[in-house]
Design a binder for this molecule. Structure first.
Ligand SMILES: Nc1ncnc2c1ncn2[C@@H]1O[C@H](COP(=O)(O)OP(=O)(O)O)[C@@H](O)[C@H]1O
Ligand SMILES: [Mg+2]
Length: 397
């Protein structure tokens, strides 16, 4: 049975959701502190809508009592209805499961160097049975809040490398926003009980979480950025730096040919493959899978960074056509660096998804087929400089 009915307000109004009104006052405290008007649309009603539907169900009463304006208009917005349909579909598909439930950074520690989760929600099965992406969203949001956007994007991408949750991507900005507003609520509650000195600090933090919630659900366009270049030019490194800045939160899905090749061979990304795994026929399958994955992600409204050598015209055309078919902007970036730079980097690289050696780079240099219609970015220097040039090129297209 789907958990979320077609008219969430009916549930709220009938009181079939528990009225956890304790969220109300702290949020109002924070909003008043921000100078936001509770009656205006600038108040993050959409976030509260989701909170209401997913967890608290008190919005209808709050909205009436505090005259928050046209909440029904917000609730019937397309994005929200699409979200509800998706939530139901994912629950039917078994994506609502018993999870950690409270997966923020304070509940992860290193034991013997391994990240270890603790303090999961074990006292209430109902609260802990959530969409798996909602669980992930807490960690991703918390990293984002601390200014570690690239780390947040990396966690998101590695999770999706392991479990294909592409269909749920449209929910990620909302899930992250709800998590941020929950942190705002919890922090504001602490502020109410704190001494004067500590209170100021906590209100500041609560406001920052709420502001983040609003930013996370700001509309952002899907787009595709293809990063090509010979092995060692720094494609994967640049992709990891820029992905968080592309498309809806938590940034672009990075689709790397090296990781796809390993997946097709049923091994972990860091496991080396034989030469046979790099023959032209296998490479064609890898590029075909990359384009197929890209189309699936783009059709959800999310952005893609495609990380592959792209040294064949046909492969460059395939990825460009995927963007054209879905009518989204395409940026083709071609990284280049001196051969000595490539040899040094490839030789020093360890534990990577790429199996390229110095000999592989030599072969690539010998049969080079440079793209003339992609944007060339020099990649010999510091990674920050290369990444800045790539971001500039993306913004200009
Ligand atoms: N601008 C840079 N300066 C120094 N080292 C870099 C730079 N870019 C990448 N590297 C390092 O060089 C190696 C190759 O980079 P990588 O991103 O894996 O290249 P590619 O994906 O193009 O094969 C990695 O070990 C990476 O840490
Ligand atoms: Mg790479």
């Amino acid at each position: 049975m789907p958990k979320y009915g077609p008219d969430p307000l009916a549930h709220c109004a009938s009181g079939s959701y528990s009225n956890k009104a304790y969220i109300r006052e702290p949020l109002i405290l924070v909003c008043n502190g921000c100078g936001a008007q509770t009656g205006s649309r600038s108040f993050p009603l959409v976030v509260l809508d989701y909170v209401a539907i997913l967890e608290f169900g008190h919005l209808h009463r709050c909205a009436r009592r505090f005259r928050w304006g046209s909440h029904r208009g917000v609730l019937s917005s397309c994005a929200l209805l699409r979200g509800l349909t998706l939530l139901n579909a994912r629950e039917c598909a078994g994506k609502v499961r018993r999870c950690h439930g409270d997966l923020h950074l304070r509940n992860i520690c290193l034991v013997g160097g391994n990240p270890t989760l603790f303090d999961c929600l074990e006292f209430d099965e109902d609260i802990a049975a959530i969409d798996v992406l909602y669980d992930l969203a807490f960690l991703v949001m918390d990293l984002w809040h601390r200014g570690l956007e690239s780390g947040a994007n990396l966690v998101f991408n590695r999770y999706l490398d392991e479990c294909d949750e592409t269909d749920g991507l449209p929910l990620m900005p909302f899930f992250m926003a709800i998590r941020a507003s929950i942190r705002a609520h919890v922090t504001a509650t602490q502020a109410e009980q704190a001494s004067n000195a500590r209170r100021k600090e906590l209100v500041f933090e609560a406001k920052a979480y709420l502001a983040l919630a609003v930013r996370l659900i700001a509309p952002a366009r899907a787009r595709i950025v293809a990063i090509g270049g010979l092995s060692g030019t720094g494609k994967s490194t640049v992709a990891a730096v820029v992905a968080s800045q592309i498309g809806p939160a938590p940034g672009a899905r990075v689709l790397a040919s090296d990781r796809i090749r390993k997946r097709l061979h049923g091994v972990r990304a860091e496991v080396g493959l034989s030469k046979q795994a790099y023959c032209p026929e296998v490479s064609e399958r890898v590029y075909a899978a990359l384009v197929q994955d890209a189309r699936a992600v783009l059709s959800t409204g999310h952005a893609v960074v495609a990380d592959a050598v792209f040294d064949r015209t046909a492969n460059r055309e395939q990825i460009k056509h995927a963007a054209r078919d879905i009518k989204i902007p395409f940026t083709g970036i071609w990284l280049y660096a001196r051969p000595e730079t490539l040899f040094t980097r490839v030789d020093a690289r360890r534990g990577d998804a790429s199996d390229a050696t110095v000999d592989v780079v030599r072969a690539q240099l010998a049969s080079q087929n440079d793209p003339h219609d992609w944007i060339w970015v020099e990649a010999d220097g510091a990674i920050t400089a290369t990444a800045a040039r790539v971001v500039e090129a993306i913004e200009a297209t």
